[in-house]
Write a protein that binds this ligand. Structure first.
Ligand SMILES: Cc1cc2nc3c(=O)[nH]c(=O)nc-3n(C[C@H](O)[C@H](O)[C@H](O)COP(=O)(O)OP(=O)(O)OC[C@H]3O[C@@H](n4cnc5c(N)ncnc54)[C@H](O)[C@@H]3O)c2cc1C
Length: 356
């Protein structure tokens, strides 16, 4: 499709605090999905499967939406869901399909026809990390927290790494949950977190949780440094409205400079309305909407319009050597002493009001 300027743009949040807490930004996805379900519709989204892989699936209940909530920073497998959605649409059911811009563009190509009762929701998308790299990271992380040495291998080409549930069993534990956007330390300083049951083969099985805030998580650092996005993400043909989604959702990073009263650090969404159908769907929800200029979102969230550049570190990351995942990230993302001094200096200036 063509690049597009949205019809309307909002800062928004779901008035239900529990839904907002368990969502990545303002919980707008759940509000849209609930209205579709209440009208007898079906909702498609990304969830974990039993092997801790991210897959697309559908639900017909509000309880089923919990699995879709929260961004999973791994490319999801759409599997048969385009066909399933088509079957529901042909049967006259309302369908909400949510995914990354490229998934929405692909769904539209697959359907090859406009359905009045299809609502598409995509996201402002940074790009999606490789599932193989996520398995590598999880395997090493589990070995580390359970107390063994992280295992090492040559990541280029990525050999067949066992599924995450298998890796966990090898360490005598079971994964109970994985969250990329845990808000325990706040929306802005989000954490990568996971819950385990350890000692599953003994009589003293117990629950333990781990969480790593943004700057301390090697997986999030490598993701945000663009080291292992899918190759296609560096030249994305679907962002900037080209997916033709009815609604685009994102994090309203920087809301504090526009509407400080909204910034409670519990998550505010940026909502871009792409079509009249999207506007009707949004108005049917109980979401609190605050109109904002499009330029504000575009200026604060470059992922809306631009693909990431390929960083120098990407080829370093994918070069075969015997380093662990953790060590690679540490070496590539290490901030130099000079950079640290510069940052500290800027922070002091900002605090003293010299610089805004
Ligand atoms: C890979 C990825 C990259 C993103 N990059 C940015 C960014 O750079 N800037 C920005 O502002 N926002 C980004 N987002 C969007 C943001 O994280 C929130 O998803 C969005 O703000 C909606 O939040 P919410 O609170 O309304 O809903 P939530 O409940 O948090 O959102 C859940 C929605 O995300 C979908 N979803 C979750 N994981 C995946 C996945 N792996 N593949 C496809 N769909 C998925 C679910 O199906 C559901 O529709 C990204 C999301 C993903 C999945």
């Amino acid at each position: 499709g063509e690049a597009r300027v949205p019809l309307e743009v909002f800062a928004a949040k779901n008035p239900d605090e529990e839904i907002r807490r368990t969502s990545s930004s303002g919980g707008v996805f759940t509000a849209l999905a609930e209205t579709v379900l209440n009208e007898g519709g079906v909702v498609f989204g990304a969830r974990w499967n039993e092997h801790w892989e991210v897959v697309h699936d559908y639900t017909e209940t509000c309880e089923g939406l919990a699995a879709f909530r929260g961004s999973k920073y791994v490319q999801s497998v759409v599997g048969d869901t385009f066909k399933q959605a088509e079957r529901f649409l042909k049967g006259g059911r309302k369908v909400l399909y949510s995914g990354t811009p490229c998934q929405i563009a692909a769904l539209k190509r697959f359907l090859d026809k406009d359905y009045e009762h299809l609502l598409t929701v995509d996201c402002i998308c940074h790009g999606t990390p490789s599932p193989g790299v996520f398995r590598w990271y999880m395997g090493e992380q589990l070995a580390k927290v359970i107390g063994k040495d992280g295992y090492r291998f040559v990541p280029c080409p990525i050999p067949l790494i066992p599924q995450v549930d298998v890796l966990a069993r090898e360490e005598g534990c079971r994964i109970e949950g994985i969250r990329f956007r845990d808000k325990k330390e706040g929306w802005k300083n989000f954490s990568f977190a996971f819950d385990l049951t350890v000692g599953i083969s003994s009589t003293q099985a117990k629950a333990v949780s781990f969480s790593y805030p943004l700057r301390k998580s090697s997986f999030l650092s490598g993701f945000l440094s663009n080291l292992y996005l899918r190759p296609s993400c560096y030249a994305c043909p679907a962002k900037n409205g080209k997916s033709a989604a009815d609604i685009t959702l994102g994090d309203y990073w920087g809301i504090a400079s526009l509407m400080p009263q909204l910034d409670d650090d519990r998550g505010i969404s940026a909502v871009l309305v792409g079509t009249p159908k999207g506007r009707v769907a949004l108005e049917a929800t109980a979401v609190e909407l605050y109109p904002v200029p499009y330029e504000d979102v575009r200026g604060k969230n470059s992922a809306l319009t631009n693909s990431c550049a390929v960083p120098i570190g990407r080829s370093v990351f994918w070069t075969a050597d015997s380093k662990s995942f953790h060590q690679k990230i540490k070496d590539i993302c290490r901030v130099s002493f000079a950079q640290r001094v510069k940052r500290k200096f800027r922070a002091v200036l900002r605090m003293s009001g010299v610089k805004r």
